[in-house]
Ligand binder design. Sequence first.
Ligand SMILES: Cc1cc2nc3c(=O)[nH]c(=O)nc-3n(C[C@H](O)[C@H](O)[C@H](O)COP(=O)(O)OP(=O)(O)OC[C@H]3O[C@@H](n4cnc5c(N)ncnc54)[C@H](O)[C@@H]3O)c2cc1C
Length: 428
Amino acid sequence: MHSTTCITRTLSRTPRIRLTPRWRPLGRRLLHARATEYLQCNDPDLTESQRLVRTSIAKICANFPDEYWAKQEELKKFPTELYDTLAKDGWLGICMPEQYGGSGLGIAEAAVMMQTISESGGGMTAASSIHMNIFGLEPVAKFGTEEQKERWLVPLIAGRERACFGVTEPNTGLDTLKLQSSATRDGDDYVLTGSKIWISTAQNAQKMLILTRTTPLDQVKKPSQGLSLFYTDMTDAVEITEIPKMGRAAVDTNTLFFDGWRVPARDLVGKENEGFKMIMHGMNAERILIGAEALGLGYTALRRAAIYASERHVFGRPIGKNQAIQHPLADSWMKLEAARLMLYHAAKMYDQGYDSGEYANAAKYLAAEAAFEACERAVMTHGGMGYAKEYHVERYLREVFIPRIAPVSREMICNYIGERVLGLPKSY
Ligand SMILES: Cc1cc2nc3c(=O)[nH]c(=O)nc-3n(C[C@H](O)[C@H](O)[C@H](O)COP(=O)(O)OP(=O)(O)OC[C@H]3O[C@@H](n4cnc5c(N)ncnc54)[C@H](O)[C@@H]3O)c2cc1C
């Protein structure tokens, strides 16, 4: 559990993250600053450590403006420069244990980091390029052996190795417990066979955290049993094919096929057949981080819309003087702020050790929906220019679909709240 003092003390003991505490006095949350300038860091409700993270990340991201992201997309080029800068300054280990090079901070700080990276204009491209490396190895940090943590966390945090995350399968989708890939023990190895789909950064990652079945479904008491988790090298046995997609072209997403892929038994995380429990451990945090990334996109779209609405003159006055333009933007600000409060509430509860499933899911849902609406309104506010790449809002709109779909859909979140919070019968 982190208190503010505890986090501050942790920060001051963290030499790898260079924090530059130069923020303006506390003030209002205004959104009409130039999108190309530093992001505002004077939000009145940030804790001291969150504000330090916000200031430092905003400063780094100022070197990666919208034009950088538009170019990366055009070239379909992984944003190695941002990745390396964040790794060099220790940010990839923001919530990893200190003994492996991390900073041991909370999800609340990591959420600020991811929101800021996305809000700088990097959107889901920037966020997805590091997302898995920020929190994906939480199951390893919690359930791995000392030898595994030393072997895996240290190079990951230092930026020497990149990881991807392999859960989704083509035939089973959100019905994770029915996944069909399998691992069979053979001497000192497991032999993996099957396929995965939508695996982001597989072209750029050396390692994958993969969930696969080690005991057939018909031989377990509960479907959540019999799955195992491995963190292992992506060898030539894995055939990777990129999926052409709507947005975020700079960060690849792929279909994987493997048949007879030998994975050393020492790459099994925790106990065999208990992988689902372990992977679930990181899920709430992942929802909070994705929600924060969505928020960032929503705010950056709204900021661009507000700027354009004041500068574009038609019928002899700024278009933002028309309430049909102004009110939807005001409405979006309120919805984003409401989602932001829910999101940081969920993060705080998570950091305090509360099982925050309902809040993490609700926060991801609300943030993604508010961000989607803000991005759509930003495009419409720009009129024809909303459709031009030059103004970036069409890129935001294409990317903001991702947090609505992944890692869990809106419908499955409603199912979760319906069943777990409202006590209603399972509908499927
Ligand atoms: C850009 C991108 C990156 C991704 N990266 C990764 C990654 O790195 N690793 C990884 O493992 N996965 C990744 N995913 C996969 C993502 O998590 C899945 O797409 C998501 O979980 C939805 O699964 P599905 O696409 O199979 O949808 P399906 O399971 O086929 O569902 C399709 C639709 O039906 C709805 N539906 C299904 N069942 C129900 C029900 N019972 N009640 C109500 N509605 C229902 C869903 O909500 C959804 O709208 C990524 C996806 C995208 C788009």
